[in-house]
Every structure is written in C-alpha cells, then in structure tokens.
Design a protein. Structure first.
Length: 313
C-alpha cells in the first residue's frame, strides 16, 4: 500500500498574502504602493510624487537692477510732478498779476476818462461864461451907442454878430438865415436892467438915424421899458419932434398908456408934438401894426423850425 498522502495545497503566488491582508483591512484607495491607516486612509508612500502646493500671492522679490529702475522712475515722476506744480503755480500767479494789472489799468482809464470829461465840462462852462460876458458887453455897447446916436458903432456890433455866426458854422440857407435873424434881433431888442431897449434909448436921446437903423433891423417900435414907457412916450417926453414923427411912420402906437396913466400926447413937452400926435391918422398905425404882426408870426414860425431842428440833431 502506498503511503497515505496528506491534503494538497495549491501553490501560493507571490503577493497573495499582501492581497489577502489588503482585503482584510478593507478596500484600498489611492495609488498602489500607498499604505493605509487603520481607518482606510492612504498614507503617502516614500516612493510616491508629493502633492503640489498652490502658488503664493506674494510678489517675487525684485532684483537690484529692477529696484534701481523703479527708484529712478519714482524720482523722475516726482520731478515732473514738482515741475508741473511749479508751472501751474506760476501760471496762476501770472494770471492773478494780469488781472490785478488789468483792474488797475481799467481803474486808471476810468479815472482818466472822468477827469477828461470833467475838464471838457469845465472848458465848456468857461467857454459859455466867456460867450455870455461877450454878449453882455455887446449889449451894453449897443445900448450906449443907441443913446448916443452912434450908428456906426451899432452897425459894427451887428457885423460882429454876423461874423460870429459865420465862425460858428451858421449857413446862409433858409434855416441859417432864420438863426442869423434871431441872433440879430437878440442884440437889436436887448434890454438893460430896467427893461429899456436900444430903440427906447435912441428915442429918449432923440436920434432919428439911430431909430431908423434899429427899426429896419427888426426893433419893436412899441416895446415897453421902465414904467411901461414906449419909445414914442420917451421921445415925446424929451421933446424930440423928428424922433416922434419917424416913430409914428414906423408904427409906434400913440394910444398906449404908461404906468403913470399918460399917453405920449399927454406928456409931450412941446405944442408942436401935441399937434403932430393929435393929427396923426391912426389908420396908418393900424396898417403898420397888422404888417408888424404878420412879420412877427413869420419870425415865430421860423424860430420854431430852428428849435425843432436843434432838438432833432
């Protein structure tokens, strides 16, 4: 009999024990070759690749050259900023200085204009006063010449007035003639402090030629002077027959009363004067008065036109 063989065992492969141990410890997770702890977690193996760490947020340290370049850039920027600030400060200062200078110049110009205007106004006032003084002097000369019967002096004064109009640019057209006429009448019918005209003075002095010259240049034969006395009243009172006759011919009204309640006839100092005044045809006076009134209306219209022309300049 052959010897009794014991139970046969299958050959064990290499690694079988390890696989069995692994099965007993549970499922293996992770990469092969990693050990697991008792709880099944895999332990890193000494031969396995280490896990990569996340990249750090900290900037890498600059090199010495980079730091030097950054320092130069920062310094250059500071230099540019300082220059820009200095430029702006300079511009602002120049602007403020310009504004101050312009304000000073504007103020000086304003003061200068005001001074020039004040000087022009002063000169205008002085010129006006000078003209008024000259006008007053001419009137005084006219009144004195009329009382003295100095016809040549009166003509010279009227010529002065005409020359002044020419110097002042007064023309000889219709408007210019009206202006010249008004200026001539202003001197012919001027008055003294008592209201006496040159014609009244010439009548009081008894100068027929002076009376004729004044009336022909526009003097009013019925003007009233001191105490409402007319030229005819003064000529009759003074006993000047030739003056009375000439005044009557030029429209002097013998019916006018003075403040004393008398007419020229009542104050006549000569009988011949009384006779002339009584026998005078009053219709002639009426005709002369109508003629003079028409002339006065015409001159008034011309004067109105002149004033309107001055207003619309």
């Amino acid at each position: 009999m052959s010897a009794k063989k014991g139970p046969t065992r299958s050959p064990v492969r290499k690694g079988a024990k390890a696989a069995t141990s692994a099965k007993q410890g549970g499922k293996v997770s992770g990469n092969p070759g990693q050990k697991t702890d008792g709880k099944g977690a895999a332990e890193p193996s000494s031969g396995s690749k280490p896990l990569e760490e996340p990249p750090s947020s900290q900037a890498p340290e600059l090199s010495r050259e980079a730091k030097a370049a950054l320092t130069l850039q920062s310094g250059f920027r500071r230099l540019l900023a300082c220059r820009e600030r200095a430029r702006r400060l300079k511009e602002r200062q120049e602007y403020n200085e310009l504004m101050e200078r312009l304000q000073r110049e504007a103020f000086v110009a304003l003061v200068k204009r005001e001074q020039e205007e004040a000087e022009r106004e002063r000169k205008r006032e002085e010129e006006e006063k000078r003209k008024q003084r000259e006008e007053q002097h001419r009137r005084k000369r006219m009144l004195e010449a009329a009382f003295d019967g100095d016809v040549e002096e009166m003509k010279a004064i009227l010529k002065e007035v005409a020359n002044l109009d020419t110097q002042n640019g007064v023309g000889t057209d219709e408007k210019g003639k009206a202006v010249r006429l008004q200026h001539r009448l202003n001197i012919v019918d001027c008055t003294d402090a008592n209201g006496n005209t040159p014609l009244s003075e010439a009548s009081g002095g008894g100068h027929p030629e002076a009376i004729r010259m004044l009336i022909e240049n526009g003097a009013n034969p019925n003007s009233r002077g001191a105490f409402n006395r007319t030229p005819l009243y003064r000529a009759a009172f003074g006993g000047h027959l030739a003056a009375v006759e000439l005044l009557l011919q030029y429209g002097a009204d013998p019916r006018l009363y003075a403040d004393d309640g008398n007419t020229p006839e009542q104050v006549a100092s000569l009988d011949s004067l009384v006779t002339v005044l009584k026998s005078w045809d009053i219709s002639l006076t009426e005709a002369m008065l109508q003629k003079m009134e028409a002339g006065q209306q015409r001159r008034a219209q011309e004067e109105k036109k002149v004033n309107e022309a001055k207003t619309h300049r």
